[in-house]
Design a protein. Structure first.
Length: 189
């Protein structure tokens, strides 16, 4: 299954139109930026969820992973979109998410969902800057028994995550770079 170029362009244009903002702000990494890409705005539109799911599923299949997930809340809509795409294509792919802290009730786990120990796993997020949130979630997943080999994101900001993941022994894949989204946003004006 390979996403065709018109679907890829449609997803890029949706991100540029719905998720890209130019203004000064502070990112989750603590860094300042003059732009922001809020992928959730695209992921919560039916077409955006469909296209993002197809794109992430393609990367997950290329990585040979059997499950994917990441830190709540960034990874939740990406995980949901990817496992829905997996169902449409008859692919066996499980999803999970990592809580910031253990619940005081229920099973009291940090890693929730359809997670399985010892299964080849990808960590995911909607947008990654330095990789800090993903590495935090990674520690919890490895502690729970996940065999994490890859990191997948919709948008890679190019601000240090690739080096951080390489040092952690992870392969890193993304659908778009932030520069691609920025260029698409400028072309839509």
């Amino acid at each position: 299954m390979i996403m065709n170029s018109s679907e890829r362009t449609e997803l890029l244009n949706l991100l540029a139109r719905e998720s890209y903002f130019e203004r000064e702000l502070t990112l989750a990494s603590g860094r300042s930026s003059n732009y922001y890409i809020d992928c959730k705005r695209t992921l919560y539109i039916p077409l955006g969820a469909y296209l993002a799911g197809e794109a992430v599923l393609e990367l997950a299949q290329a990585a040979g992973v059997a499950q994917l997930g990441g830190m709540a809340a960034g990874a939740l809509p990406v995980t949901d979109a990817a496992i829905a795409a997996a169902y449409r294509h008859g692919v066996d792919l499980r999803g999970f998410f990592v809580r910031k802290e253990t619940k005081a009730h229920g099973l009291q786990q940090l890693v929730e969902g359809a997670f399985r120990k010892g299964v080849k796993t990808a960590m995911i997020d909607d947008t990654i800057t330095t990789g800090g949130s993903t590495l935090q979630a990674l520690a919890s997943v490895r502690e729970a028994g996940g065999d994490v080999t890859h990191v997948i994101t919709i948008v890679e900001r190019g601000e240090g995550a690739a080096d951080a993941f390489a040092k952690a022994g992870l392969q890193y894949r993304w659908v778009f770079t932030a520069e691609e989204v920025r260029a698409a946003a400028k072309s839509l004006k």
